[in-house]
Ligand binder design. Sequence first.
Ligand code: NAP
Length: 528
Amino acid sequence: MATVLKSFLSGEWRAGSGKRAELVNPSTEEVLAEASTEGLDFRGALSFAREKGGRALRAMSFAQRGELLKKLAKVVADAREELIALGLANAGNTRSDAKFDIDGASATLMYYAELGSTLGEARFLADGEGIPIGRSARLFGQHLLVPREGVAVQINAFNFPAWGMGEKLAAALLAGMPVISKPATSTAMMAHRMAELWAQSGALPEGAFSFVCGSIGDLLSHLGPQDVVAFTGSGQTAAQLRRLDNLARQNIHLNVEADSLNSMVLGRDVELGTEAMNLFFSDVVKEMTQKAGQKCTAVRRIYVPRDRMDQVREELVQRLSEVRVGNPADERAQMGPVATAQQLRDVRAGIDQLARSSEVATGGSKPIDAAGVPPGKGYFVAPTMLLMSNPSIEADVNGLEVFGPVATLMPFAQTAALVNLIVAGGGGLVSSIYSDERRFIEEVVAGIAPHHGRLTIAGEKVAGQSVPPGTVLPQLLHGGPGRAGGGEELGGMRGLALYQQRVALQGHRPLVEHLAGTLKDSAHSSRA
Ligand code: NAP
């Protein structure tokens, strides 16, 4: 019988009633676990988190919150093998995919733990320098960043059950806000185990962390103006959240990390056989096949100079057709299945839609024989590269995110036309440029920067140590404008912004400066 996964609310593990959602192994389609949240008391859980967790966290200094994050990171690192096994079974992850997710979670927690220790004994932050605002220096203003007094509801997508949860949690707890974390139900087993281990660890103050396993039910309808929502997932679900009456009426802060048609550009200066060229090829293959292309930062559109198309196509077709697709339980598999039956249907339909205006260079939407699975089982897709010889702004490739191992190779001639094509994607998380040609880079960066959250420039000079563009770093911003959701996460201290209220204090300078100091003390005495 399948395990029933519970939610951790008001300090207790509770199972929902009614019909349960099934969590399967996407390689074999075997049901592994079930979850429901029906009948659970979300209103009570929110009050518990606000009153107990919020109070406890605000009474702690940044250094103490950092210590807490360090303990959570250690719990994840210590359970690495167990969590990898869950990623293989429930998310279709290869061992390397699962490590990427789990190590991403512990590294981000550690990064914020260290930030906490740097911030020391403070409990809130001065935002910049104080500012004289009157005719003399006596009248003075100072911005402060104080933790919001609500709950951070953090909703994650199915593709990064560990990292998604870890990175959001790290920023909120460090800022001093309690968290209710909700993973996507289909791949929740890894996140559920992390939640169990965190709850058992004793590291967390009561109410600082809660976990919803299954549908979000009516939770969002009980939020108030001090609560925030951090959402990662599809643009469609994000649009539903934006329309929620309660969020709109109370102006509840909502951060959205949605989808993105990320691009990679090969410069005219990069020659075959150079380190930069090899990096470009290996990054394309990694970004297309890691997590079976189910990464918000995976590449969807690849632009190369027109006279290099044949060369690049040949090499990429060769490399992609060599990728061994199969059940990650067999360690020879280099790419696993997509995560759910719905994902498989969507990816196949998406490839067919793109193929109406492109040629399939390798792969395609047809069922494939994957290694290590019963015949006909599993949600497998071949790494698929399409080719569009005459890209146009209106083409589906600039509007449709096919969330699988799928990208389209396209030529460019003029830099201005290239910029127009890239920005036709409607706002992106990341774009990468493989070149050392300064004028070309300047023109592309100037043209596409307002449309992106992050740009990676990877030429010969940094090829040896470049980080693949799909890897999200805690030091740098994650998020993007337009279709990418308009949200901002990570980016060091910037990641705390959602969880803090910026307040401007103005008055007599000594008093303002004194209040900034005494506020810390009174926060301690009244809220401890
Ligand atoms: P999804 O279907 O939108 O689900 C995302 C999360 O929202 C899940 O936890 C889901 O829970 C929850 N959810 C569904 N309906 C909801 C509602 N009405 N109210 C509140 N929560 C609701 O997206 P997905 O299929 O998991 O993820 C794939 C998409 O996420 C892709 O488009 C990808 O580009 C995007 N993504 C973006 C980022 C980024 O950082 N920008 C990162 C990863 C993925 P249930 O599972 O219980 O339905």
